[in-house]
Design a binder for this molecule. Structure first.
Ligand code: ZN
Length: 328
């Protein structure tokens, strides 16, 4: 079992990990942003100020750490994350991995594949290097692996990335977190990773709060992974009211130990910023969602399980506890 978590400023003891948001982004750039030469995005100084403000908002409501699962093809900047982390004394975990085929920076790997030179082994080698030695020559290590699928089906390209992630996870002990398009293909992601030997409790299936289908959520629970209720505040894709009802249903069914929470906020955009939902800031869960959960019957202990126990257990590699009410 791991006893430490790797942050951009070095390892910290898992026992010291406080309330943690499992999916927020300091900076993101969708591939192609660099062609928008008339709007290159915020200056580094502006970015630093925005990031410090966002962290202060989290600290005000008791959040003590976050995971930034930015894939390496979406404008990831681990040095900037380290600067932000140092300036605010707030631990941030960065990721290795690649985004989905539809929206990621895939050309390089596809062309290598066309000439028969690409494979999961090359990608896995990169992920392992970043997880164990650092990104490029920065010496800044990543602490988690991020992978993604799009809509309809997991593509051959995405399957290659999943295989690479599985290899790197097994080799290093780093856990995996995924992007789904609003929860779609979560079961397929579970099956694919399991087929490559990844224990389900090392995996978070992300963005499953994009659907209010509670039977589907329960299927994911039975698949033995964590579920990412990680887009609170993105009401344009699903109202928070539906997210809260779905989360309460899981908690009432005894699956509190299976869920991690976050907002998937992006603080700084490369290129032109995308118009945000008004409630899309990283203090929202504690400030606005927790009271709704309490009103729906959730206890303080259950809220702590979501924010503290589950992130610690996921990183430690400890198996999941039985569902509440089971094995009693
Ligand atoms: Zn994200």
């Amino acid at each position: 079992m791991a006893t430490q978590i790797q942050t951009v400023t070095g390892p910290i003891e898992l026992d010291d990990l406080g309330p943690t948001l499992m999916h927020e982004h300091v900076v993101t750039g969708m591939p192609g942003w660099e062609t928008d030469v008339l709007a290159p995005g915020q200056t580094r100084r502006d970015m630093l100020q925005i990031s410090k403000d966002r962290i202060a908002e989290m600290q005000d409501v008791g959040v003590r750490a976050m995971i930034d699962p930015c894939a390496s093809d979406l404008g990831r900047d681990v040095e900037f994350c380290a600067e932000v982390s140092q300036a605010s004394g707030f631990p941030i975990v960065a990721a290795s991995g690649l985004y989905n085929e539809a929206l990621g920076g895939t050309s390089y790997w596809k062309i290598r594949g066309m000439v028969g030179q690409s494979g999961a082994d090359e990608m896995a080698e990169i992920f392992v290097r970043e997880l164990t030695e650092g990104v490029g020559d920065t010496g800044i290590r990543t602490g988690i692996i991020k992978i993604a699928s799009g809509s309809g089906a997991i593509t051959p390209y995405e399957r290659m990335v999943f295989e690479a992630a599985a290899k790197a996870s097994i080799a290093t002990g780093a856990p995996i977190t995924t992007h789904t398009d609003d929860g779609e293909l979560g079961v397929e992601q579970q099956e694919l990773l399991a087929s490559h030997g990844v224990p389900p409790h090392r995996v978070i299936i992300g963005h499953v709060c994009g659907t209010g289908d509670q039977a589907y959520h329960w299927r994911l629970v039975q698949g033995g992974t964590y579920l990412g209720f990680d887009r609170f505040g993105i009401e344009s894709s699903n109202p928070d009211e539906v997210r809260v009802a779905s989360l309460l249903a899981l908690m009432q069914a005894g699956a509190t130990s299976r869920v991690v929470v976050s907002h998937d906020t992006v603080w700084c955009w490369r290129g032109r910023p995308f118009a945000p939902d008004p409630n899309w800031t990283p203090g929202q869960f504690c400030r606005r969602i927790v009271p709704l959960l309490r009103a729906g019957g959730a206890t303080d202990a259950q809220i702590d399980t979501l924010l503290v126990d589950n992130p610690r257990r996921y990183f430690s590699g400890e198996p999941l506890p039985p569902l509440e009410g089971e094995g009693a």
